[in-house]
Design a protein around this ligand. Structure first.
Ligand SMILES: NC(=O)C1=CN([C@@H]2O[C@H](COP(=O)(O)OP(=O)(O)OC[C@H]3O[C@@H](n4cnc5c(N)ncnc54)[C@H](O)[C@@H]3O)[C@@H](O)[C@H]2O)C=CC1
Ligand SMILES: O=C1O[C@H](COP(=O)(O)O)[C@@H](O)[C@H](O)[C@H]1O
Length: 257
């Protein structure tokens, strides 16, 4: 991707992971909701994704969008996900197709499929010996209203792709945690996404050739109930981390890189 890349939600955790890994690799245009604490090293603006004028300014001149902005709380109330996640995503798509943006990478979530974690499957499905896998072809089964907003974002992408041809990659992000996997949390270890793998999968989504894709954004954990085969095949995703290589906060097996 030679054109500038818009990163919405640039001040958040996922934005931080992406910028730490890919700061030098793209001409970034960062969108913040509130003024950043430090002066960014890149072009930036402050705005609301639910404001059409802010969004038009944000997409102006970019060739790709990584759309992270929104309310990330699994317990977020409907009013908040309706404006920040659903309306905000629709407005960004609308402006992106008007601008002729080529690629749109959408931060979807494990919570878009949370209701697959039924009582009879858990906790076994969080364990390495269990072979239950979701692969991205399944219809969403949200576990909360936040998950509904993420599933809706995926469907908005389907519509804007089919109607306008914009290339779309929905990344159903697992549990992004810096440095080491979540501790004493089997589910979180099964869906851990390390900071380096987070940056890498977003770079893959910016560079690969596809039309409309939905993939899981997790590291190559021994425990997993999300398949990463589609991300490997279509995006050339090659994760370096595995939650099984940690004991608590300590890495006990070095990554193969
Ligand atoms: N952190 C994680 O493990 C996961 C995150 N995600 C998704 O990734 C995205 C980023 O998540 P995080 O970085 O963890 O959250 P975060 O809360 O750290 O960052 C989100 C950013 O979006 C901004 N924002 C919120 N509403 C906005 C609006 N109306 N207009 C403009 N900006 C707005 C916030 O100011 C914040 O900087 C979210 O969409 C979240 O749903 C999905 C799955 C897992
Ligand atoms: O979508 C998200 O998922 C992660 C992981 O979910 P959790 O239920 O294990 O906490 C969550 O931490 C993050 O806030 C959310 O945006």
């Amino acid at each position: 991707m030679d054109d500038p890349v818009l990163l919405t939600g640039a001040g958040g955790a996922v934005g931080e992971a992406i910028l730490e890994g890919l700061e030098e690799d793209y001409y970034w245009k960062l969108m913040f909701h509130n003024p950043p604490a430090e002066q960014p090293n890149h072009e930036y603006l402050i705005g609301d994704v639910d404001n059409p004028d802010d969004v038009r300014e944000a997409v102006s001149g970019v060739g790709a969008v990584i759309h992270l902005a929104g309310d990330p709380r699994p317990e977020a109330p409907w009013d908040s996900v309706l404006s920040n996640n659903i309306d905000g995503t629709q407005k960004i798509y609308e402006a992106a197709v008007e601008e002729g943006v080529e690629k749109f990478v959408f931060a979807s979530s494990n919570h878009a499929v949370g209701s697959f974690e039924t009582q009879d499957r858990t906790p076994d499905m969080y364990r390495p010996e269990d072979d239950f896998r979701l692969d991205g072809t399944e219809f969403p089964r949200p576990g909360n209203l936040y998950g509904v907003s993420k599933a809706t974002g995926e469907v908005l992408g389907r519509y804007y792709h089919d109607k306008y041809g914009i290339k779309v990659c929905n990344i159903r992000i697992g549990n992004l945690t810096r440095g080491h996997p979540p501790i004493d949390y089997e589910r979180g270890q099964a869906m851990w996404l390390s900071y380096p793998d987070c940056a890498h999968i977003h770079q893959c989504a910016l560079e690969a050739d596809y039309e409309y894709e939905t993939v899981y954004g997790i590291s190559d954990n021994d425990r997993k109930y999300y398949s990463i085969e589609r991300a490997k095949e279509v995006l050339n995703y090659r994760p370096q981390d595995n939650s099984a290589h940690f004991e608590g906060e300590d890495r006990v097996v070095e990554p193969d890189v």
